[in-house]
Design a protein around this ligand. Sequence first.
Ligand code: CP
Length: 306
Amino acid sequence: MKHLMSPLDLSVEELDRLLDLANDIEAHPSRYAHSCEGKKLATLFYEPSTRTRLSFEAAMLNLGGSVLGFSSADSSSAAKGESVSDTIRVISCYADICAMRHPKEGAPLVASMKSSIPIINAGDGGHQHPTQTLTDLLTIRSLKGRLDNFTIGLCGDLKFGRTVHSLIQALIRYPNIRFVLISPEELRLPDNIRDGVLKKNHQDFREEVRLEDAIPQLDLLYMTRVQRERFFNEEDYIRMKDFYILDKEKMKLAKEDMLVLHPLPRVNEISVEIDDDPRAVYFKQAQYGVYVRMALILTLLEVEGC
Ligand code: CP
């Protein structure tokens, strides 16, 4: 049985197959409408979510399966002190596959060790968010036609932004990717990713503070919000929260075909005035999240499409 804790749990070949399957699902959704009949997905969300939880649920419903779960720790027996290990042993009796989000890094991994069903990490603290990475890769490959040979700017809260950590780990496996890390000093990429992943793998990267300086060279701009829930004090958050605002003026400095991605939710870091710019693809990205989660469920359950 396979779980998904990190994007690196999939080889490049497995990832390519998964993205091919997601594209086929997008092109022929009716072929997959009954693939998971009789199967159940449990969504155990100990932390708030809109896209990840609901796109997982939409994915399973699109496949003809059913869903059950909870959307906050408070509405589960975690509020009475039940451990993740005990919870997953019970959920294994009720469902065939489980997506789990938890504020503690490593909680889905702990669950996977006690589980008799596949566990998908749907975001663990500031650590990893592998299904967002699958979504990002599908978006880039579908809209750019490739996953190599580009310059990507990662902008915003690179310290706490788990989507950025997972995306970097996935992209370094493709040739000729140049990373531009755009953040205020306080929110720079953690050492374990900058040194332990980028430097260790001899990746081409540089750090910038001003988005205006970086944007003209970029093929892709991946914006992120400042992660309020991971700050120790509100004052620091307020000081940092509007450090970057992508607006029409800054978009004038960008290439004609630069794509703007964002895992969402957005707060202020992208002005709504650019939502209609054809380069702004973050809502399309959310749609790709459904196709790739459908492909992941089929793959982990080893179910063939019709
Ligand atoms: N991108 C993402 O993880 O969004 P949610 O927090 O709404 O799930």
